[in-house]
Structures are given as structure tokens and as C-alpha cells.
Design a protein around this ligand. Structure first.
Ligand SMILES: [Zn+2]
Length: 196
């Protein structure tokens, strides 16, 4: 039994401008962004492929720019929420990231459009909040290259001024150090088991 659809070799003969929901495309650093449903794209009736002309590609680009901006804002607010849950205050983060006072508040309230690099940093920090301390130490010129004990150990030895300015960060750092040490001991334990 043959399926007649399998035998169709698409020559894209019937191409229509079609709108539609559920369409997605890669845009800049986001692999799957929803395309506005009301954007008409030249589409093959037989196979559904988009056959973009220079003109329709430009229209797609223009339509995706605000979608991308909204996605950046959404991802930034998500990361800020996570950082907030971890006890990091916006006014502590702003100086470390070189942002003006109140910028993150604007961002949180959708009154600022973050750049892709800023959102990238926020995403990374939200995944591993200990890196906020590391970043502060890097900017202070007080961070050695990561060692076996980990970059966060530096925080404990960091100048008192830093701990005073960022008391919540110091707390996070101490916790992480304890966790790290516990992990090191567990690893060593495993190594010894192998040697025996
Ligand atoms: Zn086709």
C-alpha cells in the first residue's frame, strides 16, 4: 500500500500569502519565537513551507522585533523574580551590573527594554546566585581565578566593605561555601573508596 502524499515532490507551485496561529521561527538568540498570527507569509499550499521573498522576509523581521523585545522582558522579569526569591535586592544588583538606580524596578514593571546581553547575564545569575558575589568580586579586582575550593571561598576573605554593602550576598556566599565544602568531602570520600 502506498501513501500518495509520500510520492509528492513539492515544486511549490501554489503559493499563497497565509496567516496562521502556532507558527514559530528563530529570531536572534531565541530559537523558537511565536510569529504574530495576523502576519501573512507566502506559504506553499501543498507542503506548508514558507517561501520568503526579500519583502516578506523584511516584514517578518519587523513583526518579530516587538515579539523578541517582549520575550527579553519576560525572561528578565523571570530571572529577577528568582533572584528576589534568593534574597538578592534590586538595589544591590544594580551597582554590580552597572545599572542606574531604579532601572531594575522599571524592568520589573515593564517600563524598560533590556538588552539581550543584560538578560543573558540575569539568566545566568538566576541559575546560580552565588555568581552575583563572584561578579562583584571580579569588578572589585579582588577575584583570583577559580581554585579547587571554588570562587565563592573568596567572598569570605573579601573586604569588609563588600560584605557591609551586600549583607545578603555574604549570607548566600557563606551558605554556598558550606555546601561546597560538604561536596568536596563527599568527593574525597569517593576517591578514597576507589583507591582502596
Ligand atoms: Zn511546497
Amino acid at each position: 500500500m502506498t501513501n500518495e502524499h509520500d510520492e509528492v515532490v513539492c515544486g511549490h507551485e501554489v503559493v499563497e500569502k497565509r496567516k496562521g496561529v502556532g507558527r514559530r521561527c528563530a529570531y536572534r538568540n531565541v530559537p523558537q519565537l511565536p510569529i504574530p498570527a495576523d502576519l501573512a507569509l507566502p506559504t506553499c499550499n501543498a507542503c506548508g513551507a514558507w517561501l520568503l521573498t526579500r519583502e516578506s522576509a523584511a516584514a517578518l523581521d519587523a513583526a518579530m522585533e516587538p515579539v523578541y523585545g517582549a520575550e527579553l522582558g519576560r525572561r528578565a522579569r523571570e530571572a529577577l523574580a528568582t533572584l528576589g526569591q534568593e534574597g538578592l535586592r534590586q538595589k544591590d544588583l544594580e551597582p554590580i551590573l552597572g545599572l542606574s538606580v531604579g532601572y531594575l524596578s522599571k524592568l520589573k514593571n515593564s517600563k524598560a527594554d533590556p538588552s539581550a546581553p543584560l538578560v543573558s547575564v540575569l539568566l545566568l545569575l538566576a541559575r546560580d546566585v552565588q555568581r552575583v558575589d563572584e561578579l562583584a568580586a571580579l569588578w572589585s579586582g579582588n577575584c583570583e581565578s577559580p581554585t579547587a575550593s571554588g570562587p565563592s571561598s573568596k567572598l569570605v576573605k573579601s573586604p569588609e566593605g563588600l560584605a557591609q554593602r551586600f549583607p545578603t550576598l555574604a549570607d548566600v556566599g557563606q551558605l554556598s561555601l558550606a555546601e561546597r565544602q560538604a561536596s568536596q568531602i563527599r568527593k574525597r570520600g569517593r576517591l578514597m573508596e576507589f583507591r582502596n
